[in-house]
Design a protein around this ligand. Structure first.
Ligand code: F6P
Length: 474
């Protein structure tokens, strides 16, 4: 079976060299890559179809085809051009996607893939454009939906035009609606994602969340080649480096790993820690932020939005005089990250993810696979992952609750770490995710119509009226 994974944004390369260096290079790329590798292991022929980029600022994406070193034949990474050679953030891609689809049709010629899985709204829209021409069926995996982002950013009639300029919600919402209408299945990571996120008024009429035939809930997995209890090749070097940096007193840490993004709420974690002398006596705090060795001299290397997140964190550290208790660590790859998790697991540490909302929550299961106990946000996916009590859930808006949850998890670290590890191994592997996708794809192929419905044309992407009505009603 030949499956194409559409993911125009972000791009992929053989070394995952840009992961977390840009908001478009994060969890979604890990998801698509790992799922594709697991599908290849199960015998499917897989293409990761992304955008060709020839840009000195983003080297490594200029070849039109690429492969992963341990998978020399399958999957292929196909880079299809659109909108010129420069890197474009996902918000800038909309107008160029018809060109992307035309180019990929030309690339495939008479041997197109049998099935497409589309990731995020830009891919969903592209899959709709392709389906309208060819009838190739597709699934839609939203990863993150525009309506929730619009709410979270506090979009109102008064700031709508500025927000639109930045985030292009009118395009994104329209693309999501089209994707929901025409996908043979919508794939979500959790039931909560299906029933809460897709029920947003901005998607009314595009999808019925109570219709089981429209959805498949398939949780993602953890990359057990990297995230496990087994030492990797980088462990010795990483462990030495950490020991040198933190001064080896042997005690436990609270560990958080995140990009500098407001929604990750690292400030909430820091506020909880700074406000609790008891917690400070129990553990120190290790913040893994890629690219940052010394946060107090990092401003010139950060984007303005990243600095906006870091600045109040540094102010909190200074105000509460906890600089000795908080260490910033910079890891460049998943291998280094896993090595660091194993280091801190041996010290009886706890991983914390206190995002305001987390659609799924891959990071805590990766940490758990390396032996850390987990404290996670009670908003979003972690409530399902840890529904069996294998992790501690906290209210990310309440520093006292975060502090209490962390204290509790540190106190019972061994029991929580063991339960979380068991949970991950039994429920969250990419092989089981791949099997879930295969089942959906096989069903989609059985039900396919054989060609596009006659006369189907995809109109311009414009959800501005819907958004105006929604904001007006709020
Ligand atoms: O991996 C990072 C990422 O998953 C994107 O690729 C994803 O699409 C995005 O986070 C979230 O997007 P947004 O902030 O636009 O909702």
């Amino acid at each position: 079976m030949h499956i194409a994974f559409f993911n125009p944004q972000g791009n992929f390369d053989r070394r995952d060299s840009c992961l977390t260096e840009h908001p478009d290079f994060g969890g979604q790329l890990v998801y698509v890559k790992e799922l594709c590798l697991a599908l290849a292991d199960l015998g499917a022929t897989v293409d990761i179809v992304t955008r060709w980029v020839d840009d000195p600022g983003w080297p490594g994406f200029s070849a039109t085809e690429d492969r992963y070193p341990d998978y020399p034949d399958n999957p292929r990474i196909l880079r299809i051009p659109c909108g010129g050679p420069r890197f474009l953030a996902k918000e800038q891609l909309w107008l160029h996607l018809p060109e992307w689809v035309a180019q990929l049709r030309e690339f495939y010629g008479h041997r197109p893939p049998e099935f497409v899985t589309a990731h995020y709204a830009d891919a969903g829209y592209s899959a709709v454009l392709l389906a309208a021409k060819t009838g190739i069926p597709f699934t839609f995996t939203g990863h993150s939906l525009g309506a929730q982002k619009l709410d979270k950013l506090g979009m109102r009639a008064g700031n709508a035009s500025g927000m639109e300029d930045l985030y292009r919600f009118s395009k994104r919402i329209a693309a999501e609606r089209l994707s929901m209408q025409h996908a043979c299945r919508i794939i979500t990571s959790t039931a909560q994602e299906r029933f809460e996120q897709y029920a947003h008024p901005l998607y009314a009429g595009a999808v019925d969340v109570d219709d089981d035939s429209r959805f498949a809930v398939i949780p993602p997995g953890v990359n057990t080649r990297v995230f496990s209890l087994d030492a990797g090749t980088q462990d010795a070097a990483v462990h030495d480096r950490i020991a040198r940096q933190i001064g080896d007193d042997g005690g436990p840490f609270i560990v958080a790993s995140s990009r500098l993004d407001e929604k990750k709420n690292i400030l909430g974690l820091l506020t909880a820690y700074a406000g609790s002398p008891a917690l400070q006596r129990q553990a120190r705090l290790a913040l893994f932020i890629r690219g940052i060795d010394d946060p107090f001299t990092a401003q010139s290397t950060l984007s303005p939005s990243e600095w906006l997140v870091l600045e109040p964190m540094l102010a909190t550290i200074t105000r509460h005089e906890i600089a000795d208790q908080v260490v910033f660590l910079n890891f460049q790859s998943q291998g280094e990250l896993a090595a660091a998790y194993r280091y801190f697991a041996k010290r009886g540490s706890v991983f914390a993810l206190t995002s305001f909302y987390e659609p799924f929550g891959l990071a805590p299961i990766e940490a758990a696979a390396c032996g850390l106990a987990v404290v996670a946000t009670a908003n979003g996916g972690p409530t399902e992952i840890f529904a069996d009590g294998s992790g501690v859930l906290v209210d990310p808006n309440d520093p006292a609750d975060i502090a209490e949850g962390l204290g509790h998890a540190l106190h019972r670290q061994a029991a929580y770490a063991e339960r979380a590890l068991r949970r991950v191994r039994s429920e969250y592997t990419w092989r089981s995710t791949a099997n879930g996708y295969l089942r959906v794809i096989e069903r989609g192929l059985q039900n396919r119509a054989g060609g596009p419905p006659p006369g189907w044309t995809v109109g311009p992407l414009d959800g501005s009226e819907l958004i105006e009505r929604y904001l007006g009603a709020g």
